[in-house]
Ligand binder design. Structure first.
Ligand SMILES: Nc1ncnc2c1ncn2[C@@H]1O[C@H](COP(=O)(O)OP(=O)(O)OP(=O)(O)O)[C@@H](O)[C@H]1O
Ligand SMILES: [Mg+2]
Length: 377
């Protein structure tokens, strides 16, 4: 991810950082479209790998995806975040031709998903949320089956499979049965398998959910390597805010089927009122201390967490901290502890969805890792 790319994207898409109010966010999502009326960017502006235009999915009376629009530029890593049931997988399934679209349009590499599904399928690689590799086959056999399905010519197959296994660090496991792999290794195999036909656009639905932190890092590192070696656009869903923050050029937050925010991670964090959080604990403070804290410059909200501990959200952490300490000294109030942090994407998520993603994670059904009966080559 580069700052240039982000700036470029913002300029292209006219994405505005919102003032933080929920209602204003929707306008950020709407502003994420190319200029009004130019639904076909190919004819006017930059190349878009993915164009999602007022897309809707209904299951009977239930609307799983509700009028969502966004555009992903070639070469971008685009993150789709949302609580369980938000509609992320449904969006991916529509974009990848797996389920019909109720209303609206999606175009992948310029091909209409509803009208040219075969052309779309040739362009994309898809890693679904559930693990799908065949446990009774070897790593190489799983790769070969996909290569044959996608008509990769026999003469290229061996080389392509070899290169991909190298890329995901599974070369020495190529003859191992898939059931002997750990969850992280199996994910890596599935990512390699999804690339066997040289797709241009790669959809990954929660590739790291259920993995331990080391395996998660390995998967992301591998995706970084793949991005360096191949010209790819990636659309990825994840439950891990830190991953999305570090690796995605832009992030869309969906909730109850609607797009509630879309921007670069940095702009999203800046859109939450108060870009820093000061946590301070005081002793011997006067009864009107909270009101006094409100008078400090840039403070947007204050929560008293008990035992003299205050959580102060501010737009300027260093200035508010300096003023806060000066005010405490003058008032004879003792500062027992003080910490200043940047707003995280977790704060962004809470702001736009009213929920902690972590709470949702507890309820997440996730997949269960297969047992690993030993066998180490
Ligand atoms: N085939 C279906 N029939 C009816 N409702 C469905 C169907 N598939 C999904 N839904 C509903 O649509 C909503 C969105 O589901 P989806 O799987 O897209 O959510 P998600 O954001 O991927 O969630 P998770 O984080 O749990 O994977 C959910 O309320 C789900 O119950
Ligand atoms: Mg899902």
């Amino acid at each position: 991810m580069t700052a240039d790319l982000n700036t470029d994207l913002n300029a292209d898409l006219n994405v505005k950082t919102t003032g933080g109010a929920k209602s204003a966010t929707t306008s950020a999502a709407v502003a994420a479209e190319p200029e009004a009326g130019s639904i076909s960017p190919a004819s006017t502006g930059p190349a878009y790998a993915i164009e999602v235009d007022h897309i809707v999915k209904k299951y009977g009376d239930f609307t799983a995806v509700d009028n969502v629009s966004f555009f992903v530029k070639e070469g971008e890593i685009f993150g789709l975040l949302g609580p369980n049931g938000a509609g992320k997988s449904t969006l991916i399934r529509m974009m990848t031709t797996l389920i019909p679209i109720t209303a609206g349009h999606a175009r992948i590499a310029g091909h209409d998903v509803a009208k040219e599904p075969d052309a779309v399928r040739r362009t994309i690689g898809v890693i679904p949320q559930a693990l799908t590799s065949d446990l009774d086959l070897t790593v190489e056999e799983n790769m070969n089956i996909y290569a044959k399905l996608y008509d990769v010519p026999a003469k290229d197959r061996k080389r392509s499979v070899g290169e991909l296994l190298e890329l995901v660090d599974l070369t020495k496991w190529r003859d191992a049965q898939t059931k002997t792999l750990s969850g992280g290794m199996r994910r890596r195999l599935e990512i390699a398998r999804g690339l066997v036909h040289h797709p241009k656009i790669f959809f990954l639905d929660e590739p790291t959910t259920g993995l331990d932190p080391v395996s998660r890092v390995a998967v992301w590192e591998m995706l970084g390597n793949i991005m360096n070696q191949r010209q790819l656009t990636i659309l990825i869903t994840t439950h891990y805010m830190d991953e999305a923050d570090r690796l995605c050029n832009r992030i869309a937050i969906v909730d109850h089927g609607k797009l509630v925010a879309l921007d670069t991670p940095m702009a999203l964090k800046a859109s939450v009122p108060g870009s820093n959080v000061i946590e301070a604990q005081f002793e011997k403070f006067p009864p009107d201390w909270e009101q006094r804290l409100h008078t400090l410059d840039d403070v947007t909200s204050i929560q008293h967490e008990g035992a003299g501990m205050y959580r102060v959200l501010t737009g300027n952490g260093s200035r508010t901290t300096t003023e806060l300490v000066e005010m405490a000294v003058q008032a004879g109030v003792q500062v027992k502890s003080l910490s200043v942090q940047n707003t995280t994407l977790d704060d962004v998520f809470v702001h736009y969805t009213g929920r902690q993603l972590r709470d949702e994670l507890v309820k997440a059904h996730g997949f269960v890792m297969p047992p690993r009966p030993g066998m180490q080559p």
